[in-house]
Every structure is written in C-alpha cells, then in structure tokens.
Design a protein around this ligand. Structure first.
Ligand code: DQA
Length: 151
C-alpha cells in the first residue's frame, strides 16, 4: 500500500508555543511538536508535513494546494477557528478526512471560543489535551485512512 501522507496545519501565534501563555498552552514548542509528529508518523507507517502561518489567506492557499497530494489534514486553526468562513470554505473543497485540534479545551474558556466555524465540516475534533491533542489526532487519522471508507 502507498505510504499515506498527512498535512498538519498550525494557525496564527502557534509559532510562539512555549513562550505564549504557557499556563494555557504549555511549554512544548512548535518545533518539538513537529518533531514528535514526524517520529510518531514513522512508527504508524505514514508521513507528516507541517505548515504554520499567521495569515488566513496563506492557510486557505495551502488547503487548496493539498488536492491530490495528501490523504488527510490535521488542523489547529487557532484564532481563525472562531472567525474564518474562508478556511471553512477551503476545507469544503476537499474530500479527505480532516481533524480539528486545540491544545486548550475551547469549551472551558471565554464564550467567543465556544464556537468553531469548522466543527461541522470536519471528521472530528480533539480539544483540551495540550500538545497531546496533535498526537491523539495522528492516531485517529492513521486509523481512519488505513480503513476502507465507512460512508
Ligand atoms: C487554540 C484555541 C484558540 O481559541 C486560540 O485562539 C488559539 C489556540 C488552542 O489550540 O487551544 O490560538 O486553537
């Protein structure tokens, strides 16, 4: 079987992980997360590319560009979770599984974070497990894409 390719997209301010509000987001850096994802992917028999941007349009273009190149996406849209119709619309162009993740539990935080513009267009959401949210998503996605579609 062809090796499965997963794209992990990190939204705005996630390049500051480690320094950014560590009491909420922890002390693990984005570099550590990306390294951990690549290592875990090898064990799961898939490969991971990572992308971070602070710009909504760049994220939209990256999603558009995945067509035919990736088997699934893990996305932490960060603040764009709560605002971006553009990222939602870009995901609707795809026919691959997408998992939305958050380090913090967005439902335990300020009311404006309780609404995700993506939640109803993704395969599933993982929220509140710190950096581990990414690794749980990788487990979930690798299981999803190794099985024939159930839909
Ligand atoms: C976040 C939660 C968002 O509300 C916030 O704007 C972020 C990070 C998380 O991973 O917990 O930047 O997506």
């Amino acid at each position: 079987m062809k090796q499965r390719k997963i794209l992990v997209i990190h939204g705005p301010n996630l390049n500051m992980l480690g320094k950014r509000e560590p009491e909420i987001y922890g002390t693990t850096t984005l570099e550590d997360i990306n390294k951990g994802l690549s290592e875990k992917a090898i064990k799961l028999g898939c490969s991971v590319d990572t992308f971070q941007s602070n710009h909504e349009g760049d994220i939209v273009e990256k999603i558009q560009d995945t067509k035919g190149k990736y088997d699934s996406i893990i996305i932490n849209p960060a603040a764009y979770t709560h605002t971006s119709v553009a990222i939602r619309d870009a995901l609707l162009l795809l026919d691959i599984p997408v998992i939305e993740i958050h380090l913090s539990n967005i439902y335990k935080r300020e009311p404006f974070r309780h609404k995700s513009m993506l939640a109803d267009v993704v395969s599933g959401q993982i929220s509140g497990f710190g950096a581990n949210s990414y690794f749980l998503a990788l487990d979930a996605i690798s299981e999803l894409i190794s099985k024939p579609s159930q839909d």
